[in-house]
Write a protein that binds this ligand. Structure first.
Ligand code: GLU
Length: 300
């Protein structure tokens, strides 16, 4: 039987340095790729320029290098690939529509699973003049017309997942009103373009996966395997981030990150340099030992 070689990736948003939570995601995807003899690609998800921090991408590269998380091939920057997203949006033209609703106008809609608002479909039937104030607006987003069919997939850690995108999220944005291509569109285009077979990332993105599979089907591209690792939170249950004052990830965090992923780290491994430690860990990696939680609170 012909087996497709494993291609993994890490796709940070350069909005700040890596913290413990993003180090865990990088480490899990690196270990899974190396354990399977695969390639590990690096992609900077820098489309949301207002949120990008100028020096963050370089800081992330230096942090990964210091932790011996070596990537294969050139680093890909989404900001240099707008043509691809434009082409994908064009392919979806018959399935999408312009939307001029403001955030304020959506405030009364129910909350979607990811905390955003479920789009009530206001602009689905068009921005016809006279129909509403929306018709006169010039800035509009592009939304995908979703369907009622449930999307099902089996996550390697979180198990069987089912989501009805239309009911649980609603018609979601492909390009924002400020012209920025949405993460959901760009991630699908790039994972396919880079030949990614295995997406390993934090469980905060588990609820995005059905949207991504929906897009893959519409664009006629293959669905990779998915593995979502628990997200590290502080004692208050908040995801680690700049806002929650998470400290920058350092090589000294590697043993703790390995334990977070369910590995037993023997005393002799604690004396190893990052390269040797990761070499040891990639040989002993067992994805079946990753805790099946979506979040895990760190002590202290
Ligand atoms: N750029 C996303 C983030 O940093 C991750 C994207 C992905 O792994 O699919 O949250």
């Amino acid at each position: 039987m012909l087996r497709v070689p494993y291609v993994g990736r890490f796709a940070p948003s350069p909005t700040g340095p890596l913290h413990f939570g993003s180090l865990v995601a990088a480490l899990a995807s690196w270990l899974d790729a190396r354990h399977c003899g695969g390639r590990w690609l690096l992609r900077m998800e820098d489309l949301d320029q207002p949120r990008v921090m100028p020096a963050a991408a370089d800081t992330i590269l230096r942090q990964l290098e210091a932790c011996a998380l070596q990537w294969d091939g050139p680093v890909l920057y989404q900001s240099a690939r707008l043509e691809l997203y434009r082409a994908a949006l064009e392919k979806l033209r018959a399935r999408s529509y312009p939307c001029a609703c403001t955030r304020k106008e959506l405030e009364d809609s129910s909350l979607a699973i990811d905390g955003a608002r479920i789009y009530p479909g206001t602009c689905r039937t068009g921005l016809t003049p006279g129909k509403s104030r929306r018709a006169g607006r010039t800035a509009f987003a592009v939304r995908l017309r979703t369907g009622a069919d449930p999307i099902r997939f089996v996550d390697r850690v979180q198990g069987a997942i089912e989501q009805c995108v239309e009911r649980d999220v609603g018609d979601f944005v492909l390009r924002r009103a400020d012209g920025v291509f949405a993460y959901q569109l760009a991630v699908v285009v790039d994972d396919a373009a880079q030949g990614v077979t295995d997406v390993v990332r934090g469980a905060d993105l588990l609820d995005s996966t059905a949207r991504q599979i929906h897009l893959q089907r519409l664009l006629g591209i293959a669905t990779p395997r998915y593995l979502h690792v628990p997200v590290a939170t502080n004692a208050a249950g908040e995801k680690l981030s700049k806002q929650t004052c998470a400290t920058d990830a350092r090589p000294e965090d590697l043993p703790r990150a390995l334990r977070f992923l369910g590995m037993d780290v023997p005393a002799e491994a604690l004396r190893m340099q990052p390269r040797e430690l990761l070499d040891w860990a990639s040989k002993h990696w067992n994805a079946a030992r990753i805790p099946r939680d979506r979040t895990i609170a760190l002590e202290g």
